[in-house]
Write a protein that binds this ligand. Structure first.
Ligand code: G3P
Length: 218
């Protein structure tokens, strides 16, 4: 399973990049706003540190606007992926962009029906939002289970990129179900490596090591 960071914050990206475990980045207008910086400048700086795919989202309600924006973003860095909203205009844009070899990530996907259209349009990635489904009382991970089954049924090539992740459990479930990618907020990334028994075990081994060393010295 690939791990992407859902962030436009350079310091966060550098920190995760330094682990050697970062496969890509997703951004959205909310994250760009939060970064407080110019859109193009931010994406180009991210591209200095991240060689994997970087999803970049604009706005636009027509296919033409979406294609124009995507072409603009694709010129910013070679690894840009155009993030496209889940609408019929968006799906038309996906088909045009795929002919132009511009990878796409269809975002704000909340149902199997939407995800089937995304795959049929030939998108590179589909982004189902699990946390926002949970927020409204549904079980977001059920959608991931369904998408894994349906995409397998038809051999769809579109990669399932689990988004709107709120917990380590979401990531564990996604891995068990065989989702291709999780895009993770920075606050969660650190938690992935943690377990209280690991911390306890490290302390115990450190203590015992020191004791053993003092015994050998004697
Ligand atoms: O990048 C899209 C997605 O991950 C947003 O998550 O927490 O705003 O629902 P959230």
């Amino acid at each position: 399973m690939k791990l992407f960071l859902d962030s436009a914050d350079i310091q966060e990206i550098k920190n995760v990049q330094s682990t050697g475990l970062l496969d890509g980045i997703t951004t959205n207008p909310t994250l760009i706003l939060k970064s407080g910086r110019d859109h193009k400048e931010t994406i180009q700086e991210i591209a200095k540190y991240v060689k994997g795919p970087i999803s970049v989202e604009g706005i636009g309600s027509t296919c033409d606007q979406l294609v124009k924006d995507a072409e603009k973003f694709a010129a910013w860095a070679p690894n840009v992926v155009a993030k496209i909203p889940m609408t019929f205009e968006g799906l038309k844009a996906v088909q045009i962009l795929s002919q132009k070899n511009i990878p796409t990530n269809v975002t704000l996907v909340f149902s199997v029906a939407q995800a089937v259209l995304v795959a049929k349009a030939g998108a590179t990635y589909v982004s189902p939002f699990v946390g926002r489904l949970d927020d409204q009382g549904s079980v977001g991970m059920n959608l991931i289970q369904d998408l894994v089954t349906v995409y397998k049924n038809y051999g769809f090539k579109t990669k399932i990129l689990v988004a709107s992740i709120r917990s380590v459990q979401h990531i564990e479930e996604a891995a068990k179900l065989g989702a291709d990618i999780c895009t993770i907020p920075y606050s969660l990334f650190e938690n992935l490596s943690k377990h209280h028994l690991t911390d306890k075990g490290i302390l115990r081994f450190e203590e015992d090591y020191r004791k053993a060393m003092s015994v050998f010295k004697e």
